[in-house]
Design a protein around this ligand. Sequence first.
Ligand SMILES: Cc1cc2nc3c(=O)[nH]c(=O)nc-3n(C[C@H](O)[C@H](O)[C@H](O)COP(=O)(O)O)c2cc1C
Length: 352
Amino acid sequence: MFWPDTISKRFNIKYPVIQAPMFGVSTPQMTAAAAKAGALGSLALADLSPEKSIELIRETKKLTDQPFAANIFVHNIPEITDSLKERFIKAKQFITQLAKENNIEVTLPDLEDIKVKSYHEQIDAIIGEGCKILSFTFGNLDDQSIQKLKENGVVLIGTCTSVEEALILEKSGIDMICVQGIEAGGHRGTFDAEHIPMIGGMSLFSEVYDQVKVPLIYAGGIYNGKTLRAARELGAQGFQVGSLLLASEESGLQSFEKERLKNATEKEIILTRSFSGRYARGIKNKFIETLENSDYIMPYPYQNKLTNELRRVSKTLHNSDFVSIWAGQSIHDYSDLSTKEILKVLIQSAEI
Ligand SMILES: Cc1cc2nc3c(=O)[nH]c(=O)nc-3n(C[C@H](O)[C@H](O)[C@H](O)COP(=O)(O)O)c2cc1C
């Protein structure tokens, strides 16, 4: 049998292929389409309010009766110190001026306007909506949340970018671990936002495999049958694909962003903290070039909230120099077929 079956049996899905949660790109339609291919869809809820999370879960449930994973951000909220307040004011001024010089009129928030929430209420919403699979990134859930989720029959999938993080997840009772290699598109799942391990998928996965017992999902660089088979060879029980679906029919990216993606060169796919304060992999642009390594980057989530409106307005202007287009290192022909078709092709080509 080609496919490892631990994960498919646990979730009652046909293939242990997972459509990656991609906040801002994946949609309820993508989640449902992944299920139609026999894969596990993921619904990215990031740090949305419980109300918005409930709305999206319900929308997804209207589109599919198949299982899917809800996905959230589990992050520390940095203390607001006087120094952070001062830095925020300077960063806001700098970014507002930069936008103006580039003909983007935007009103960025003050620090006091920014509402930062922890994930606890979202968890209650997820349990309340009867979701049975929860994946998360940026850290680990606290013990109380783990207990509550388990009592409600929710299977937990944590994300690691080092062996150390994998061991923490396993020890705390997390059921499965998504091992995210440095190739992966989007945010690094690293617990400590400031210091990220830069370990390639092959090295990382093998080391984690040797040290933990829970089923492992490989994420980072899977884009065809061959790369999926390589992950299987390393011992992966599940295969998470993100970037492969960026230009799909159900992707939330706009046409100008898909075009930019298709023209990206290998040197342009970089890691940056400039948009959110956390490292993420995406396409280099003017905003990143100007901000990276400057003093105008606040810790996550403050930078993320500070730059939100700039990204929103730039999207309406189709200005790819000021939006974050996240993408992994595997450059390929991004297909604009449906998620279902793209995943079916991946599955068939892996089985050959
Ligand atoms: C646009 C984009 C957004 C992402 N957003 C999330 C997210 O909300 N939650 C999460 O756990 N991972 C997120 N990721 C990471 C993916 O889940 C996954 O680890 C990654 O896409 C796998 O590598 P690949 O892009 O090479 O397939 C995102 C990735 C991308 C490309």
